[in-house]
Design a protein around this ligand. Sequence first.
Ligand code: ATP
Ligand code: LTN
Length: 336
Amino acid sequence: MYQDKKVVFSGVQPSGVLTLGNYLGAIRNFPKFSEEYRCYYCVVDEHAITVRQNPADLRRRTYETLALYIACGLDPEKNVIYVQSHVSAHAELGWILDCYTMFGELSRMTQFKDKSKKNADNVNAGLFTYPTLMAADILLYQTELVPVGDDQKQHLEITRDIAGRFNSIYGDVFVIPEPFISKTPSARIMSLAEPTKKMSKSDENENAIVRILDPKDVIIRKFKRAVTDSDTVVCAAEGKDGIINLMSIYGALTGKSFPEIEQEFAGKGYGDFKLAVGETCADVLAPIQTEYARLVADKKYLEEVMANGAREAAKSAMKTLSKVRRKVGFTDLPRY
Ligand code: ATP
Ligand code: LTN
């Protein structure tokens, strides 16, 4: 069924319960590629251990993230849904690409700089080479398009550079991928507590993030507490980062433009606006939460999805990996 289709690949780390940022910036876009492309959606557990994880939590979140993929509309019959560490080709190609990636270019990655600051006691080599493993994820499947949030743009650029470098030495081994980043402001949802920082699922401040699985009253309370400014007018003006972020969220949830939102809330205060954003958000997330609750209770089904996905993914991944092995000069794998 997949023959001749172009490939889409994306991944999410099972590093916490997904946020509204993950949903609006990335996952919400995933299902729309399913008909036209061959799609791989991966739970990237190997990336998650670049930050110290509690093993039991990581295992549980891997199932949960997979269940959320499906609850957000990804049909396992139409997409290859799987777990990164189940396909060993990712780590193998990751190592090979490490040897074609420069120390200098990895040092410039803003995610590395941010996460090194946040985890100063654990600046490990995996955190540094995170983008090379991500490049391996993408390049293994000859991916054309990678739907991600705006924060991943730099990682897509380095992926393209690594692929181009490899191709220039060995011929056309890899397809050079393009990022697919939504043009709307929802490509980067900001923290509700510090609206100049991106909303991140590993933020310690729960009030800074809305999680896809938060109950309605919690969502409304978090939006009520969102940091804004001392003005009272709902408009997208300079210096109103908090309000602009809420307008971006409301716009992404309703399809309304900024001028339409300004008009809707003309003469009303921030209180009314925040309540509307909270209620709309809870209403959009409610069906996802119901579906998620059903799926996450069915471990057997999730394991079936994982197994089918890994089998499918490994088949395609092996084709690229074998070619790469030959190109770099490794001997054929012996039978043993
Ligand atoms: P962590 O806090 O563990 O680093 P994260 O919340 O940044 O995690 P990832 O798993 O790294 O999430 O990202 C999954 C997808 O969600 C990526 O495509 C990423 O670009 C997107 N994404 C993450 N945060 C946001 C955000 N605030 N706004 C829009 N998209 C986002
Ligand atoms: N780095 C990504 C997660 C990720 C990814 C990928 C996204 C890992 N491998 C491949 C797209 C394609 C992040 O969101 N932080």
